[in-house]
Design a protein around this ligand. Sequence first.
Ligand code: S3P
Length: 182
Amino acid sequence: MKTNLVLIGFMGTGKTSLGRKLAKTLNKDFIDTDLEIEKLTGLSITLIFKKHGEIRFRSEEKLMIKKVAMKDECVISTGGGVVLAPENMKALRKKGWIISLTASPEIVYSRIAKRNNRPLLYKHKSIEYIEFLMKQREPYYKQADLLLDTSKADSNTLVERVIEFLKEKELDETDQNTIKGT
Ligand code: S3P
């Protein structure tokens, strides 16, 4: 049985805050891959992009995913671009349910507009550009076990939805074992 929950989704969809809440509620460890990369390199994500470029960041991200995907009983919150490398998703799926968080471009814009910590949006911080990037990534974000729209629902409702999802998965597992006779 998979024991990790992996949160994927565009920047500003609430992966870190929901991740923390889920970990607390479900009594699992919380891991934020961007924070882990910052700890390991001693550089902020912004500085990694600035000093070494996106390619270097993606390679640090791949190494971090490889490491955290092997853990158990964790809620893993990922960076928005993690889905771009198939090997990342393959590793994360092995022990984790993939939960994709969505939000409208307008909501994402309002959540990230005040902060300057999203290197990919430095040059074009607009609803139109967010929409453009989101559309490009949508097919990847859709390949999840559970999709949650964070635009309207409050965090308690979202946590409940995840708990329901986990119960369904547990039941499926029990049914499978009954069929197999184990
Ligand atoms: C990125 C999202 C960021 C961070 C980096 C690249 C992306 O994480 O990993 O700036 O490619 O969408 P958040 O989704 O937590 O903002």
